[in-house]
Ligand binder design. Structure first.
Ligand SMILES: *Cc1c(COP(=O)(O)O)cnc(C)c1O
Length: 248
């Protein structure tokens, strides 16, 4: 048995309690919804605290950080890449992360092809992909904003014979802050970003005969997201505590 970095007992109990609190809220709303623990900026020992109680789905935002963690942690962790994917990083992501389960932030055909081609060259296993959609239209948000671009990417994923290493699993969005705090919701509970993603899913399911998953909802808005059809929520700070703000 390799020795993995372990948390103190106190930290382990704290994280396990936080995780179980979130998980029971998730399951109360929908027992089928996946909870992905977002561990960016948190040490590997924090991940082990949850791994030790059976958690396997973790989300990371930075390729270098994910590569380092995946190399020192158990190989059966299912990693979700949820960060902005720079073109040059697709190769490292594909080739240096053991058990890359899903890339949730595909927002261009170009990145899709780069990821597939890196995977083909390495003869790696198939990776699940989510297409990120900019549902709020905010300029600083990534994601497909143009339907035609998205259709081209879907056609590549489903019909191009050279696309052998990617599986279209679903759609992903980051709801706008205004929607998640209710400020933009016209006094109603419904989050318009989540509603938009669900409507896109329904249309695409019908056109392409799919059953797309929906990755939407974070610490602030995961309960609302599940009520609106989310099948995978990405929760970080409510489990691991607050993060240092990134200075870029
Ligand atoms: C950081 C991050 C999360 C987790 O956010 P919290 O508010 O800490 O739960 C979820 N999704 C994405 C894409 C993120 O970057």
């Amino acid at each position: 048995m390799p020795e993995y970095p372990q948390p103190t007992e106190q930290r382990a109990l704290e994280l396990q309690s936080n995780y179980n609190t979130i998980l029971s809220k998730v399951h109360q709303l929908n027992p089928q919804t996946q909870l992905v623990a977002v561990s960016k900026f948190k040490p590997s020992s924090d991940i082990m605290a949850l791994y030790n109680i059976g958690v396997r789905h973790f989300g990371e935002n930075y390729v270098q950080e994910l590569v380092a963690k995946s190399q020192e942690l158990p190989q059966d962790i299912r990693w979700h890449f949820i960060g902005g994917l720079q073109s040059g990083k697709a190769k490292d992501l594909s080739n240096k992360v053991a058990n890359l389960h899903a890339v949730e932030t595909i927002d261009s055909l170009k990145k899709c092809k780069q990821l597939n081609d890196a995977r083909v060259r390495k003869n790696g296993e198939v990776v699940n992909v989510f297409l990120q959609v900019n549902t709020s239209g905010e300029e600083q948000k990534s994601g497909f904003a143009d339907e035609k671009d998205m259709e081209e990417t879907i056609a590549y994923l489903l019909e191009d014979p050279s696309c052998t290493k990617l599986k279209l699993m679903g759609l992903m969005t980051i709801g706008s802050l205004a929607e998640s705090t209710g400020a933009g919701a016209d006094g109603e509970d419904e989050n318009r970003d989540f509603k938009k993603l669900l409507e896109m899913k329904k249309t695409l399911d019908e056109v392409y005969k799919l059953d797309l998953q929906l990755s939407m909802g974070m610490s602030n808005d995961f309960e609302q997201a599940i009520k609106q059809g989310s099948t995978s929520v990405r929760v970080g700070s409510s489990i691991f505590g607050s993060r240092p703000t990134k200075s870029t």
